[in-house]
Design a protein around this ligand. Structure first.
Ligand code: MG
Length: 394
């Protein structure tokens, strides 16, 4: 490393909204009069959750005095202005002038700023995640290495991918989507219980029949059930051998999750809403899950690695979550997944993936059941001209 790089400093922080197009509504078609009336959002009644009518993501560009550019991204789907304000009005002030090679120290300093007021997660940590990814990207570009190598080494260049979501109204159509992906070389799937109009057991049964005995079929229960309901539903699905059951219960009910894990023989997966290892600890210490699913858009790289390492220390698998974004945090997630030993699969959001590939220059592909890890230094992707045309500086 040159002396010049050693003394580089962060000079500028920019925040953008990126508008994301999507061929199909996330999870599938929506109805309801109330939803038509609302301008920006709709509510999916089956999981009582708000979603935006038009997807967007928050992208951060951090620039150093030596002209090295780092890209980060966080979740921007709902009330993203809150996250933007934290980055622009607070973090930028504390990042400018810092050495980007002190990335974990910078992360910890920003985290500490609001600890006493218990801002440990939510929008605060989403803002942190974007900045953390961008500074790690600068680190990689400074030392001219892919991020995976900085996180421990390139253990793999391909990551097994599972097909997530079957966004159609009828069970026949959903089986057809799964079957089409199977023909393309994928044999691991996850369906969303809110979309299973004939119930989870029937969905599992039909998918098992369509995809065969070897296929891995998981069910995402979307945190919408009480303890008793969750156990009954899981027991109904068990004869069709679910691969794992995701988010079976309200996410605040740690003891309930642990109770369900012990009451059923199902493999339980959770973690997409976690921000930090402290969120992981609350569940893992109660032996409430066997698979953890960190979402890079919420955790950033520093906490993603802490969660993965905590899972490793408890002999658990990691299967990173993939939320809706431009591809920047997906690239970071794939880089981290290339280094982490206990990674089994990475989620593949096939309905939004075409956008990722047209947006980013880093060759993220997902074919024949595998993601490729982007090559190049840092996270390995940068916005294309097409993506830049959809970015608004805030
Ligand atoms: Mg999920």
């Amino acid at each position: 490393m040159s002396k010049e790089n050693n003394s580089d400093k962060i000079a500028k922080v920019e925040v953008y909204y990126v508008s994301l197009e999507q061929n199909e509504t996330y999870l599938g078609p929506v109805s309801g009069e109330e939803n038509l009336k609302r301008e920006e959002y709709f509510i999916r009644e089956s999981n009582r959750t708000v979603y935006p009518k038009k997807n967007k993501s928050i992208v951060v560009r951090v620039l150093t005095e030596n002209g090295i550019e780092g890209w980060g991204e966080t979740y921007g789907l709902v009330a993203g202005d809150a996250t933007v304000a934290i980055i622009k009005n607070l973090f930028a002030d504390f990042i400018i002038g810092r050495n980007p090679l002190d990335v974990i120290t910078i992360y910890e300093d920003l985290y500490d700023l609001m600890r006493v007021r218990a801002y440990h997660g939510g929008f605060y940590h989403d803002a942190l995640a974007a900045v953390d990814i961008a500074i790690w990207d600068i680190y990689g570009k400074t030392v001219k290495q892919p991020l995976a190598r900085l996180l421990g080494g390139i253990r793999r260049t391909k990551i097994p991918a599972y097909v997530s979501g079957l966004p159609k109204s009828t069970i026949e159509e959903r089986c057809e989507i799964a079957s089409n992906w199977q023909k393309k070389g994928f044999n691991a799937f996850k369906f969303a219980l809110p979309m299973a109009d004939q119930g989870g057991a029937e969905e599992m049964k039909q998918l098992r029949k369509t995809l065969g005995e070897e296929a891995l079929i998981a069910c995402d229960m979307h945190w919408a059930r009480t303890r008793g309901e969750a156990v009954s539903l899981i027991q109904e699905m068990m004869p069709y051998r679910p691969w794992y059951i995701e988010a079976p219960i309200y996410n605040e009910d740690f003891n309930g999750l642990s109770w369900i894990a012990k009451k059923t023989n199902a493999t339980i997966a959770v973690g997409e809403e976690w921000r930090t290892v402290y969120d992981a600890k609350l569940r893992i210490d109660l032996e409430a899950c066997q698979i953890v699913q960190p979402e890079m858009g919420h955790t950033g790289i520093t906490q993603f690695m802490r969660i993965a390492n905590y899972a490793h220390a408890h002999n658990l698998l990691v299967m990173p979550h993939a939320t809706i974004g431009s591809g920047i945090f997906l690239a970071a997630s794939l880089q981290a997944s290339a280094a982490v030993q206990n990674i089994a699969f990475h989620e593949f959001q096939h309905t939004i993936f075409p956008e990722f590939t047209s947006y980013n220059t880093g060759n993220i592909t997902c074919e024949s059941g595998f993601f490729s890890v982007p090559s190049g230094n840092g996270i390995g992707v940068e916005p294309t001209e097409e993506m830049k045309s959809k970015m608004t500086l805030l």
